[in-house]
Each structure stands twice: as C-alpha cells, then as structure tokens.
Design a protein around this ligand. Structure first.
Ligand SMILES: C[S@@+](CC[C@H](N)C(=O)[O-])C[C@H]1O[C@@H](n2cnc3c(N)ncnc32)[C@H](O)[C@@H]1O
Length: 387
C-alpha cells in the first residue's frame, strides 16, 4: 500500500456498544457477549428460529476483536486507477451494480452545497450519483474498510468533489472530526460486500470459487475465517453459525469441523463448503446451497458486521445535522431488525419509511442481488432543549 498516504497512525478507540432497546434486539445482541465468553446461547431446540434468509450478503464478527481494533485512516488522493483492478484480479472498473439508485437519491435528497457521507463506497456507484448532485461547493466523504474498493472507486469519482477515506464506518465520528466536519447533511450505508469483492477468489467470500478461507473485508487487519474456525471450540462455533447464519444444523456442522480439525486444517473455501454440504441436506425445490448460511455466519463474525452496524447506529445521531437524513440498506434480517429499532427512537429520528423499501421487480430481474435489499430512511430530529 505504498501509494497510499497514511494520514493518521493513532489507534482510535472503537469500543462503543449501544444497549439493546427492546426485547427484539435482546434476542441476538445479548448473545454476542455470551459467544465471546464461550457460554451457551443456542437453545436445545432451535425450532423457534426465524426462517433463514435466502441471501448471503451482510457483515459481521465477534465484537470484541473489532472493539480492540485500531483503525488507520488513509487518504487515497494519489491512488493509481490501474492498481485497483489488479488488486481485485479483474478487468478495470467496478462490476458491482448499485441497488435501488433511484430510491437512494429520493430518500437521501442530496442538494448542491451539502456534505454527504457514503459510508460504504464500494465501486462508487451510489457515491457518483450523489456527488454529481452536490456541485462544486458540496462534498462527498466516502468511506470503505477495504482499500481495494476505494482504489476501484477512485476513477469512477474522478473530477467530482469527493474525499475518500480508508476507515470502518464505526469510526464515522472520528472521520468527520479529522475532516473538520461537525455534522453531515446526509449519510448513506449500503451494508454488506460488493460483487467485486465476491468475485475475487483471493478474498474467500464465495463458496462457489476455490480460494483461501479469508473473508476479511479489510484485509489489513483482523483474523481470517480459517483462523477463527480453528480458534473457537465446538460450542462457540455452533452458537456463531446458529446466531449469524440462522442455521438449524449448526451443532452438526460444528461437530464435524472439530472432527476434521483433529487431523487437518480447513484453509480453503472448497474444504469448508464440502464439509457443510456433507452435514446439511439440500432442501428439495430450493436453489440455495447448503453452505450459504455457514459462509454468511463466518463472514459476519470475521468482519464484526453486527458490531460495526451497532456502533454506526450509536454514532449516527451526532454525525447527522438536525433535519439531515440517514439511509441504510441492509441485506439480512439481523441487520434490518437493528436498523428498524434504531430509527424507532422518536426522540432522535423521524422515520421516513414505516416499512422497508424494496427493489422493484424490474430491478431484481436486472440485478438479482437486489432481491434481499431493504432500505430504511429517517430524518434527524432537532435535539430538544434541556433534554
Ligand atoms: C454493498 S457494497 C457498497 C456498494 C456501493 N454503495 C456502490 O454503489 O457501489 C458494501 C461496501 O461496504 C464496505 N463495507 C462493509 N462494511 C463496512 C464497514 N463496517 N465500514 C466501512 N466499509 C464497509 C465493503 O467493503 C463494500 O465495499
């Protein structure tokens, strides 16, 4: 990463976790510390689980690892466009198709002169649409925890008023401070990973491609999935796969992982996918691969996706101006549930979407990855005097 300028080497404290606000959130958020402590969380009968999502998008990890993580901010002003394609091993230019672009613009309502944050720049699709509306006096601050994505987005955003920052969005308040911005007019977070990351076998996100079992969206820090798989004990593993993957057969999979671990290391996506397929029968009439939920669970754990989302939701009220907007697109129920609860805080947010907005049939036809996307939006209410 020699071409990147490290502008802030100071580790930033990350341990901010909001307490659950309702019984609904307590179900899973409360379980995370129990996983970390190695205590049981999965009930003996797993029959009360909600129907598992059919989609494998999202984030996450064991919150403690991320809470202790130091985040470095990089300016990518001098990033070389060609290096981006090389980093993800694809032809130049992003391949990710941004979801619900029309709806994002409608709910974010960017205007000339505003400061807008795209907390998940990815290939820069949404960022470009937004930045084009900000005019020369406005500015888009784009974050991504994956330096390769920022480099990929760089040429897409050329000549637009954009500042790109390598940071986890759970550091948004610190990023705004470093940019001397007291609060943004609007913040977008399009959770999960991009098609470009999924398509790169070296990232280990896809069970359909052979590659190292890594799964880190920020390859500069944290623990690859293979290491996590070898560190956790059987109960921790079963709980993780159950909670984050909503996989009913989590105990069976965890048992098998422990058996295999005794004689060999599970280091590749193929090994894990085959192991899971051997434990979970393919349900009749369902196209979903049996490895889907276990891969989702590990990815969520490796990237502390739910922890990062929780910290972002906690920080958002002090990052968005009164009257400003927050738009969050999530891809699985664990994330959407939490966003819904956060925007229900009537002291802080005026929800713009009572129910989540979903992609049109036409969009899903053209971009199947949009089918599980749920968009929620809210306006930041003015703080009450004396409250
Ligand atoms: C679905 S893609 C975003 C696509 C983008 N909105 C577009 O239009 O091209 C999600 C991106 O968010 C990034 N990301 C995921 N979790 C993040 C986090 N906690 N902090 C910062 N970036 C994150 C991923 O690396 C990925 O590039």
């Amino acid at each position: 990463m020699g071409h990147l300028t490290n502008t802030d080497e100071e580790p930033l404290a990350t341990a901010r976790r909001k307490q659950p606000q309702s019984e609904e959130s307590e179900t899973w958020m409360d379980s995370i510390p129990r996983i970390q402590a190695g205590l049981p969380t999965a009930p003996d009968s797993q029959a009360d689980l909600p129907a598992p999502d059919r989609e494998v998008r999202g984030f996450s990890s064991l919150g403690l690892a991320a809470a202790l993580r130091a985040v470095r901010l990089y300016s990518v002003e001098r990033a070389a466009p060609r290096a981006a394609a090389k980093l993800v091993g694809m032809s130049p230019g992003p391949h990710h198709v941004s979801v619900m672009p029309r709806e994002v613009l409608e709910y974010l309502a960017p205007e000339a002169g505003q400061i807008v944050v795209e907390a998940t720049v990815g290939g820069g699709g949404h960022a470009r649409l937004i930045a084009e509306r900000l005019g020369p006096t406005g500015r888009l601050i784009g974050l991504d925890q994956d330096p390769a994505m920022l480099e990929l987005a760089r040429p897409v955003l050329d000549c637009l008023p954009v500042t790109l920052v390598h940071a986890n969005f759970d550091q948004l308040r610190h990023v705004l401070d470093a940019q001397r911005v007291s609060a943004a007019d609007a913040v977008l977070a399009d959770l999960g990973f991009s098609s470009d990351q999924l398509a790169d076998p070296e990232r280990g996100l896809s069970f359909q491609q052979p590659g190292p079992l890594d799964m880190r969206l920020d390859p500069t820090q944290g623990e690859p999935a293979s290491a996590l798989l070898h560190r956790l004990n059987e109960r921790e593993l079963a709980n993780l796969i159950y909670l984050y993957g909503e996989e009913r057969l989590s105990r069976r999979i965890a048992r098998r992982v422990i058996e295999v671990r005794r004689t060999s290391r599970i280091e590749t996506t193929e090994q894990l996918a085959e192991l899971v397929r051997g434990c979970v029968p393919r349900s009749r009439g369902h196209a979903i691969d049996p490895a889907t939920r276990t891969f989702q669970a590990l990815r969520i754990a490796v990237n502390d996706e739910l922890g990062a989302l929780e910290r972002l939701l906690t920080a958002l009220p002090c990052c968005v101006k009164p009257g400003g907007r927050a738009v969050i697109i999530s891809f699985h129920s664990l994330e959407d549930r939490r966003v819904k609860q956060a925007f229900r805080d009537k002291q802080t947010w005026g929800a713009l979407t009572r129910k989540p907005i979903q992609a049109s049939e036409e969009e899903v036809r053209n971009n199947p990855r949009a089918r599980s996307a749920k968009l929620r939006a809210a306006i930041r209410l003015p703080s009450r005097e004396g409250a």
